[in-house]
Design a binder for this molecule. Structure first.
Ligand code: ATP
Length: 458
């Protein structure tokens, strides 16, 4: 469906009402840039990450999983260039001292910021007379390092400062040597990791789109330098395949070839996969050719050899890297936004999440037609228990009338509603041991044999 002006509000409200996402530490008034996954959110997130892990790791022969510590030796972030250069342009409202992204204010004023330096942005803000969103004058544009700092140990001084990793990638580069030494991987091969990363975003916003505590699904794929273009294309297609698998409509995804002056310091080619979010077309994922930048930098800083010896060609070299980088929260938001539909069914308005059936929190919901008939309830529990044993994510709902249950399940995207009625128990002998299965998207109902249910919903 096309979004309307209230779509974001409605999504945030639905996410809370139905237990997908809550504002972080909400009873204390929340914390900007932090969100908590509720029970349904966890189920959806697990399906998103497990689908990714299966496609990007388990189904392949050339991928190795790692789960590195979030806290790393700070020298790793010196080597990677993050201490010196992981920053965003910041500008301060001179009256309220509130801080804003200078590039975002410029974009909102219709200025193309591609390739602009900090001083270009400063000049443009002055020349155009751009004010803060509160209408106040702005200060100088400065670089603001986005790494979150903390300190380790009992004494707080400069030597105890460490960073919360700003991307999961670092944990994989520092383990390159371990993997080569212990797993004897054949080239090309990749490392994969799902985990938290932290960025001190100047202006967290748009629900879970821009947060300070985020989760990433990343691959560092190591190739011979002559092989990077083939591998880049392979991972581009893998990313599209993944988006299909989780049900993101292709026509809402746009590939943007990032201009040289806008690429991260380590990248020689980057494609941003942008998605049509309710607040505009924005980056969902990135695919970057990181060259040998990281391995060279870590080799230099750690004084360790980070090379690969190819037994087949007898060549020793520093591999180059292709990196598909996917945000879990942005995936969740894209999935929710594109699945959200308001429509009429049987003369009644309904809200429905048309989620791909493999990622919906519940695959099916089982109900007795009437709650106060013990024989219907007993049979429903039997069907429910058997399906739950096989699929895990099966709901049981006997609250209210059937129509209300359908609406509730539509709202959380359950693809199938299974109802046990008197026919199931043999009132009409021809229908003994059959149930009705209602399809979420069409509302159509079919009678299915209990013995065929598992196959049907799979
Ligand atoms: P943006 O330009 O939107 O700040 P980025 O280019 O800095 O994003 P990358 O460094 O490429 O993002 O990070 C890889 C992926 O991690 C992004 O494509 C996105 O899915 C996710 N991501 C990055 N920053 C955030 C954030 N603050 N909140 C949520 N997800 C994020």
């Amino acid at each position: 469906m096309k979004y309307d002006a209230q779509t974001m509000e409605k999504l945030v409200a639905l996410a809370k009402r139905r237990g997908f996402m809550y504002a972080g530490s909400e009873i204390y008034g929340g914390l900007a840039g932090a969100w908590d996954y509720g029970p349904l959110g966890v189920m959806l997130k697990n399906n998103i990450t497990q689908t990714w892990w299966k496609q990007f790791v388990t189904d392949r022969e050339d991928m190795y999983g790692v789960d590195a510590a979030i806290l790393m030796n700070p020298r790793a972030w010196v080597a990677s260039g993050h201490v010196a250069g992981f920053s965003d342009p910041l500008v301060e409202d001179l009256k309220t001292q509130k801080r804003y992204r200078a590039d975002h204010l410029l974009e909102e004023a219709g200025v193309v910021v591609t390739g602009m330096s900090i001083s270009d942005m400063d000049t443009a803000i002055k020349e155009k007379g751009i004010k803060s969103p509160e209408g106040n004058p702005l200060g100088e544009v400065r670089q603001f390092n986005m790494m979150l700092k903390t300190s380790v140990g009992a004494i707080e001084d400069s030597s105890s400062v460490i960073y919360l990793r700003p991307e999961t990638a670092g944990g994989m580069f520092v383990n390159f040597k371990n993997i080569v030494d212990t797993m004897a991987p054949k080239m090309p091969f990749g490392l994969a990791q799902i985990g938290k990363a932290f960025r001190n975003e100047i202006a967290p916003r748009d629900f879970i789109f821009r947060v300070r505590e985020l989760e990433q699904m990343e691959v560092e794929y190591f190739v011979h330098p002559s092989d990077w273009e083939r591998a880049f294309e392979e991972w581009r297609l893998q990313m599209l395949k993944y988006m299909d698998a989780i049900g993101l409509p292709r026509d809402m995804v746009h590939e943007l070839e990032v201009a040289a002056e806008d690429r991260a310091h380590y990248s020689k080619r980057t494609i941003d996969f942008e998605f049509e979010f309710p607040f505009g077309c924005k980056e969902l994922y990135g695919l970057a050719y990181r060259t040998d930048f990281d391995l060279q930098a870590h080799a230099g800083e750690s004084k360790q050899s980070l090379t690969y010896f190819d037994e087949a060609t007898k060549e020793r070299f520093v591999p180059h890297v292709i990196e598909p980088s996917l945000g879990v929260g942005r995936t969740m938001l894209a999935v929710l936004a594109s699945a959200y539909h308001e429509e009429e069914m049987d003369g009644e308005a309904r809200v429905v999440l048309k989620l791909a059936k493999d990622i919906a929190p519940y695959r099916a919901c089982v109900s007795p037609l009437l709650k106060n008939k013990p024989e219907l309830v007993a049979k429903s529990r039997e069907v429910y228990t058997a399906l739950k044993k096989q699929f895990g994510n099966i709901a049981f709902d006997d609250n209210g009338n059937i129509g209300k249950r359908y609406r509730r399940q539509d709202e959380i995207g359950t693809p199938f509603c299974i109802v046990i009625d008197f026919d199931t128990l043999g009132e009409n002998p021809a229908n003994l041991d059959t149930v009705t299965v209602r399809n979420r998207d069409t509302g159509a109902q079919e009678r299915i044999k209990i013995s065929e249910l598992a196959n049907y919903i799979a």
